[in-house]
Structure formats: C-alpha cells, structure tokens
Write a protein that binds this ligand. Sequence first.
Ligand SMILES: CC(C)(COP(=O)(O)OP(=O)(O)OC[C@H]1O[C@@H](n2cnc3c(N)ncnc32)[C@H](O)[C@@H]1OP(=O)(O)O)[C@@H](O)C(=O)NCCC(=O)NCCS
Length: 191
Amino acid sequence: MTNEGYSTRLLTASTWNDFATLVEANNGVWGGCWCMGFHVEQFTGSTGPADNRARKLAHVSNETCHQVLVYESDECVGWCQYGTPAEIAGIKNAKAYLKELDFLPDWRIGCIFTGNGHRGGGVARTAVASALEAIRDAGGGFVEAYPEQADERPTQRGAYFQTGPESLYAQFGFERVRRIAKWRWVMRARL
Ligand SMILES: CC(C)(COP(=O)(O)OP(=O)(O)OC[C@H]1O[C@@H](n2cnc3c(N)ncnc32)[C@H](O)[C@@H]1OP(=O)(O)O)[C@@H](O)C(=O)NCCC(=O)NCCS
C-alpha cells in the first residue's frame, strides 16, 4: 500500500480481468486502442478494438510486456507501461526522436492511463513510482519517458496527456534531454 492509499500489481494473466474492467469502463481507452499504441506492432493490420484486445491479451499471456496496475481497494484504477526499447518500440514522434539520438536507454516508460473519476489523486504518480521500483529491481540503468510539457501553454485536460505530463516525471528526477515535438520532450533519469 502506498502513502496515497493505493496498491499496485503487475499486469499478468491473473490480473488481466482487472485491467480489462478498467479499459471497458473507459470505452476501450481512446475508443478501443486497448493501450496497444506503444507495442512493437502498434495497430498494423488491426481490424479494430476486439483485435486490439486480443493482441494485448496475447502480450500478457506470453509475458512479452511489463505493465503496472494501480488499485484502490480491489478496483483497478490505473495502468502504466514500461519496458526495454525493443518492447516499447512504438513511441510517438519516432522520426524526430531518431534524428538526434545519442544512445538508446535501458528502459522506457510508454503510455499511462488513469480511469475517469480517479484522476488528480496520485494514481499516475503511484503507477510511475511502481514502474521505477520494478526497473530498479531489474538492475536499473537509464530510463526515458516522453511526456508533454504543460507549462507555458493553455491548461490541458488530462485526457490529452497520453504519455503523462512533464511535471509527473520531474517529481521522480527525470530531466529534459531534447524536444521531439512542439510540446513533447525526451526526459531521462538514471536509476
Ligand atoms: C495524465 C493522467 C495519466 C494523469 O493521471 P492522474 O492519476 O490524474 O495523475 P496524478 O494525480 O498522479 O498527478 C501526478 C502529477 O501529474 C501532473 N498532472 C496530472 N494531471 C495533470 C494535468 N491535467 N495537467 C497538468 N499536470 C497534471 C501534476 O504534476 C501531478 O502532480 P501534483 O498532484 O503534485 O500537482 C490522466 O489524466 C490520464 O490518464 N489521462 C488520459 C491519458 C490517456 O489517454 N492515456 C492512454 C494513452 S493510450
């Protein structure tokens, strides 16, 4: 249990139903992406939400992804994806990212999601803290995230921060490396 009152578990075959309930309660996330956007195959050849769900379940069953679930009591209220660059190959603004690439990190944090009605209470912070703890346990190294700048622009709804807001990662010591889109930065931390 964290000091914000949440607990975390990894997304595995035994927690799949909890994750599926969260996604289904939120219209499949972005209308049915099932959080497949950062996986290596992304949506290539996908026939739609049911296909995305099946692909996600296959990753979980085959243990080809690392993901954290956040619980409030027994309810799964949040999710965060992390993994090696090979696992999280489908990052946004990849072309700009590759243009000035100095080195690949050991780990990436991909997208992040807190269920509607649970935002603003530290769920995403709990998810990132748990992902970083798992990365540390796995040996640590350089970790990158690709969040959006929220300062110096009009207030954005949480809905638009698919990779999280910059300030969330700054809380964990991540620092800007370079800009890859008007409002998106590569941020890096070393664990
Ligand atoms: C962005 C998002 C993950 C934030 O989740 P959350 O659980 O509400 O975030 P937290 O309460 O843990 O906030 C942690 C920090 O993030 C920042 N933050 C959160 N929401 C923010 C917002 N709308 N604007 C600016 N900063 C924000 C703050 O720095 C906050 O720290 P503070 O509370 O000390 O100020 C959530 O709004 C969300 O899931 N949006 C949809 C994203 C999505 O579609 N993901 C799927 C991608 S396929």
